[in-house]
Design a binder for this molecule. Sequence first.
Ligand code: NDP
Length: 278
Amino acid sequence: MNTTGDKPDRYAVVGHPIDHSRSPVIHQVFATQTEQHIVYELIDAAPEAFETAVRGFAAAGGKGLNVTVPHKQAAFELSNELGPEAQKARAVNTISFRPDGRIRGDNTDGIGFMRDLTETLDEPVAGRRVLVLGAGGAARGILLPLVEAAPAALVLANRTIERADGMIAELDSTEILSASTFAALADEAPFDIVINATSAGVRGEDLPFPTPCVGPETLCYDLAYSLKDTPFVLWARANGAREAAQGWGMLVEQAAESFYIWRGVRPDTAPVLQQLRR
Ligand code: NDP
């Protein structure tokens, strides 16, 4: 067993709200599997309490934090050094506390998403038409890895078009990237891959996406996950998508990458995914 003294190393996830997070279960299973001596806690911090929560956890001996909604951009601002993915996404979901007190920020959302999409689901991106719905923190993490996978076209659609325009302007790939409103998607042919990175539908409201963007060849991927079918998965099936997946795989893969950053060992994600889905 890997220990640094008798006490386990402390990690946590910080968000608001946080009570439904699966991260403690996932990291504890990883730790058992790889024989790492850690504890993993939940920290609920409203935006105004975020920095105090992070610095307080470090002062109490914490080794690292996962960061979730709504703090990923605040964590980016707080970091003293950044991994390349965090730098490009301008969002941090993994904090490591350096022994000298510096805060290191990484972003594992994009790696986790691409691993699930291209390896587990075996869905290639190169040469295909991809639609990302939503331009919030999660879209920020997946956009650049998608661009780097060389799709034929990548459309970023958002309710607030200025946010999609702003994200695209930060990337130097305008020949394949374009922004769209949801309404303008009605004029598009079906996409090969449609990714839902919005939180639309969570309160039972109808989804605002036009149906022509999905066809019988389309893979739909919902970043959201639930033990039931998510509203987007139901919408995708109702509109004849070839396949509709939820974000469980991304959740576990991004956690595995954070665990690797902290502990230097890579856990096996497949049994954890099976356990969570049960
Ligand atoms: P943000 O709050 O940063 O962004 C929310 C996005 O949803 C924005 O684009 C917003 O549009 C849009 N939106 C919200 N409500 C509506 C609505 N009623 N109609 C249309 N658009 C709407 O959230 P995140 O980006 O962090 O998270 C998005 C989703 O991804 C969540 O479901 C989250 O759980 C999931 N996620 C999953 C992960 C995983 O590991 N599987 C990892 C990270 C996120 P606007 O800009 O106009 O406000």
